[in-house]
Design a protein around this ligand. Sequence first.
Ligand SMILES: [Zn+2]
Length: 383
Amino acid sequence: MAKDRRIPLVTLLGFQIRFDLTWLILVALVVWSLSAGYFPASYADLPTSTYVWMGIVGAIGLFASIVLHEVAHSWVGRRLGMQIHGITLFVFGGAAELADEPKSARTEFLMAAAGPLASILLAILFQLLAMALEGIQGPTPISGVLHYLAGINLILAVFNLLPAFPLDGGRILRAALWAWGGSMVWATRVAAAIGGIIGLGLIVLGIVSVIGGNVVGGMWSFLIGLFIRSAASASQQQMVARHMLQDISVARLMVREPVTVAPDATVARAVELFLANNLKFLPVVAGGRALGHVGLKEVKALPSAERMARPIREVMTPLAPDSSISPRADAAAALAQMQRTGLTRLLVVEDGRLAGVICLKDLLDQLTLRSELDLNPEPARPR
Ligand SMILES: [Zn+2]
């Protein structure tokens, strides 16, 4: 199970914004490169302390701009009925977390275009502010930071408009192919392939630049190329998996009548059941009603001396929307929920009653079976 390294930052327009730890490295790098490189080169003869605060303000402005870009995607997505769980900022910027794929080409297009549009508007705003400040002979360090923010927002817009799926430009391309060809699977396959080629191009460009002496620019190009290639193939695989599982109900893949434990039983009883049935997860059920679950994690968290005599009720993880799913939901939704929460098992609950348990392993087995047997729904070609 992947550890959640994302740390909540703020909530904006109802979206929780988290940052990945890799993000802190980028913040430090940006402050340093602005105050030691960019600002001294652009505005000579200012005191060092001025360059340092210009770097700090510039970095804050850059990251606020990235957040606004992502919020624009999420805001439009939510207005169009997409479920958005939050926004994560990581080393290459940000990502809105979609619960599933957009429902139509139009939704995809509007959502994808919103981010670059926000960046372009921010670029214009910062440029106008900088020009207004220069017009009244305002302080150079402030107009310098504003000019930088105008330029960096323009770069953000242009970079994200590269037609390399899953960047925004690639999503716009996918929406266009989808509207034209009628199949999202086919459109994703083509957009991801183009993304892979552009990624490869950036990697080659990076190597050529490094050899040619542009080490920093070349490294960036190389890293961004690698990132685009891995993101393109990951989103393609995820889409294929979700597509293959979308017509299968959770009820068909769940374990029916799983071994359960009563809330009044002791932890010793749960351990007995783990060992007897080769399990590490038990739903907690009383009178057919699902109350929660208890697993190795909950048992191991107890001090070993008092472990065995404690009632399950006190140590279980109570039932929550994140850890349960309806038997009528499709298996793709279960997979997406597991990817989002990091859980490998969900309780299948209907009207409060336990219907079964669905496991990540069973979903993956089903995927493997379907691809081995070539039951992969053949992507439709353009009409
Ligand atoms: Zn974007």
